[in-house]
Design a protein around this ligand. Structure first.
Ligand SMILES: Nc1ncnc2c1ncn2[C@@H]1O[C@H](COP(=O)(O)OP(=O)(O)O[C@H]2O[C@H](CO)[C@@H](O)[C@H](O)[C@H]2O)[C@@H](O)[C@H]1O
Ligand SMILES: OC[C@H]1O[C@H](O[C@H]2[C@H](O)[C@@H](O)[C@@H](O[C@H]3[C@H](O)[C@@H](O)[C@@H](O)O[C@@H]3CO)O[C@@H]2CO)[C@H](O)[C@@H](O)[C@@H]1O
Length: 605
């Protein structure tokens, strides 16, 4: 775990970045979308939020209807942790944020802490039940009613905030419509949605009487640590301070703000501040001069800036990304100076070793381990080739790519590099969804390079597993990559990463030992740097030259020998959270007993 402060790093000169947050819709002011009218004042807000109604005076019983089991041990050791995020896998996921909110909470539970996650209820999840607990929340000048749904899985209370702004918009399309109707287009009321969500989250630990675990019972109470993830939850510490701590509630509660991707900051019209129902003293934390032109240059509010300044601690998902964030404007996307004022800690992500396990994976036809990898891979490659329609030949080296089709992931750089190495004996399979133009680009591959390359523009979990197992190499040409899970999945399956030297790729892939590095790429998103195209081509050729050699066999073994689970990262997270001195701040003593629970009850959304 690396703890970084401004003094540790000298600013670097790097490429000029284009933030990805440039859709015209995002900066539409709330006034423009009909939230004009009388604003709830700060005091009004408090009064309103106090109008909490709890459906059952004795609290909600667990979904099995039994409530607290007889003879339950009410264990008060360990911390009370509340993870907050807009995606929680497997219930909701557009990418890696969902994976982390799916995997880290059970790992913390396995260390003996009481753990809840709260996310929006985008669908009718068949395993999450209505708690009948209802709360009224002020948003702008409206009062909205939310309900809480709940299930208990892998030692974690999974809480879902139910409101039409989530369910009606997204229903049946959780994989793609969480943030907007299509990639690159945001819902114009996202500020209202996430303001509502964060306020609901702050009620959950106090009012939900959760009794599913035999180790803990009753509400979590006020001595909690909130772990808020990405810009959608960055406003949470502000509401905590203005609506609760100012009146003596949640006095010991702490907030950790975790950055999964600095490219998405939640920048909006400055005039929208008024609709957030926050006292004026918070204005400076949101105040932001937007240096980028799109859609309009100038003064904005910036949710992520507020999260960084108002949280007790800032974390990001790898030590090297933490360094990059404070290295200058380009990689810090204009928040580098703000992050330098805080202390940022980089903790590398783990991966879900149950879902991604080559010896049990339900998406692949043959199971394998480090001993059987060579034989199994040949067969799984053939299965993959047949599935995507490439010539079936186990002797051709196959390169995979999986990712959201945004400039971040560099699928456009890959497309530009293919002509430079396609004459080699090689096949390429690309899987991704995202920007329409980029989807089209990957769909053109089979036309341009028949029998050699294919692009599938779908969100297809099974195919992702088949590629991870059947490919020989996984290409990750990211312009920036906070941590990256693709390379972790790949290494566990003995698929050797070929990756750009950025963010977590630097921390997790060792050149010549577990993968091939292409060097750092230009982070400018609106152009393709020819030097990066060359780096891809040269490194791919370098990797292909090892195909069939003992050296590659050794690298495969090195990859498969790594422990990439959440075990190590959760220890680092625990250390960081304990350092905040929260109540119950000794490590949980029941960890060994809770650990098995964290492995059971795999969710069925
Ligand atoms: N078309 C498709 N079909 C099926 N599955 C698909 C898919 N496209 C992507 N996925 C899956 O989505 C996940 C993406 O993981 P990444 O690490 O690339 O995250 P992402 O960039 O979204 O998240 C951000 O947050 C995470 C978590 O902190 C960081 O690792 C990362 O660097 C940061 O950008 C993987 O589980 C992958 O298999
Ligand atoms: O798990 C995948 C990623 O999910 C989150 O990213 C989303 C982001 O937070 C949303 O704001 C939105 O981003 C759009 C952006 O708002 C818009 O201005 C335009 O630039 O297009 C963007 C993409 O549509 O959607 C993102 C998901 O695609 C999370 O914040 C990331 O850390 C995760 O990587």
């Amino acid at each position: 775990m690396a703890t970084l402060t401004a003094s540790h790093f000298v600013s670097r000169t790097s490429h000029v970045n284009g933030t990805q947050e440039s859709s015209g819709s995002e900066t539409k002011s709330l006034a423009q979308i009909g939230l004009r009218g009388q604003r709830a004042t700060h005091n009004g807000l408090r009064r309103l939020s106090a109008r909490t109604t709890v459906g059952r005076s004795k609290g909600y019983k667990s979904e099995n209807g039994k409530g607290l089991p007889s003879g339950a041990i009410v264990c008060r050791s360990g911390m009370n942790l509340v993870f907050v995020g807009c995606e929680v896998g497997p219930w909701s996921k557009t990418g890696g944020l969902g994976d982390v909110l799916g995997g880290l909470p059970p790992a913390m539970a396995a260390r003996g802490h009481r753990v809840m996650s709260v996310s929006p209820r985008y669908d009718q999840y068949k395993d999450a039940w209505d708690t009948c607990v209802v709360v009224e929340i002020p948003v702008g000048d409206r009062i909205e009613t939310v309900r809480f749904f709940h299930c208990y899985k892998r030692g974690v209370d999974r809480v879902f905030v139910d409101h039409p702004w989530f369910l009606e918009k997204v229903w049946g399309k959780t994989g793609s419509k969480i943030y907007g109707p299509s990639a690159g287009v945001d819902y114009i009321d996202n500020q209202m949605r996430f303001s509502l969500f964060c306020q609901a989250v702050l009620e959950a630990p106090r009012i939900l009487n959760l009794n599913s675990s035999k180790y803990f019972s009753g509400p979590y109470g006020e001595d909690v640590v909130f772990i808020a993830n990405d810009w959608h939850t960055a406003i949470l510490p502000c509401y905590l301070k203005s609506m609760y701590q100012s009146s003596g509630i949640y006095r010991n509660a702490k907030v950790v703000f975790c950055i999964h991707n600095i490219a998405y900051q939640g920048r909006f019209a400055f005039s929208d501040f008024g609709f957030l129902n926050l006292p004026d003293r918070f204005k400076s934390s949101f105040d932001f001069m937007d240096g980028y032109k799109k859609p309009v240059k100038g003064r904005k509010i910036n949710w992520m800036k507020a999260g960084i300044l108002e949280a007790d601690r800032v974390v990001t998902v790898s030590p090297y990304y933490a360094e990059e964030l404070v290295s200058g404007e380009a990689k810090g996307v204009e928040l580098d100076n703000i992050i330098r004022k805080a202390t940022i800690t980089g903790i590398v992500n783990g991966m879900d070793v149950q879902e991604w396990n080559p010896s049990t994976d339900k998406h692949i036809g043959i199971h394998y381990n480090a001993t059987t990898v060579m034989d199994a891979k040949a067969l799984l490659k053939e299965a993959l080739q047949a599935e995507v329609g490439l010539p079936v030949d186990r002797n051709i080296p196959l390169i995979g790519f999986i990712g959201r089709l945004e400039e971040q992931k560099g699928s456009d750089i890959l497309a530009a590099a293919i002509p430079k190495f396609i004459d080699e004996d090689v096949q390429i399979v690309v899987l991704g969804t995202g920007k329409k133009a980029m989807e089209k680009q990957i769909e053109q591959l089979e036309i341009k390079y028949p029998n050699k390359a294919i692009g599938v523009a779908k969100f297809n979990v099974s195919l992702a597993h088949m590629i991870t197992a059947g490919a020989d190499f996984m290409l990750i040409p990211s312009r920036f990559e906070p941590c990256g899970l693709i390379q972790l999945h790949a290494m566990r399956y003995g698929t050797v990463p070929i990756c750009a030297a950025t963010g977590g790729l630097v921390d997790t892939v060792k050149e010549g030992f577990t993968g091939f590095h292409m060097g750092p790429f230009n982070v400018e998103c609106d152009r393709i740097d020819p030097a990066d195209v060359d780096a891809v081509a040269i490194t791919v050729k370098r990797a292909l030259a090892t195909y069939g050699t003992a050296a590659l066999g050794e690298m495969i073994q090195n990859c498969m020998a790594l422990d990439l689970s959440w075990k190590g990262p959760s220890k680092n997270w625990e250390e960081l959270l304990l350092s905040l001195g929260p109540a119950g701040c000794q490590p949980g003593i029941e960890g060994e007993e809770i650990a098995p629970l964290a492995k059971e009850n795999v969710a069925t959304p």
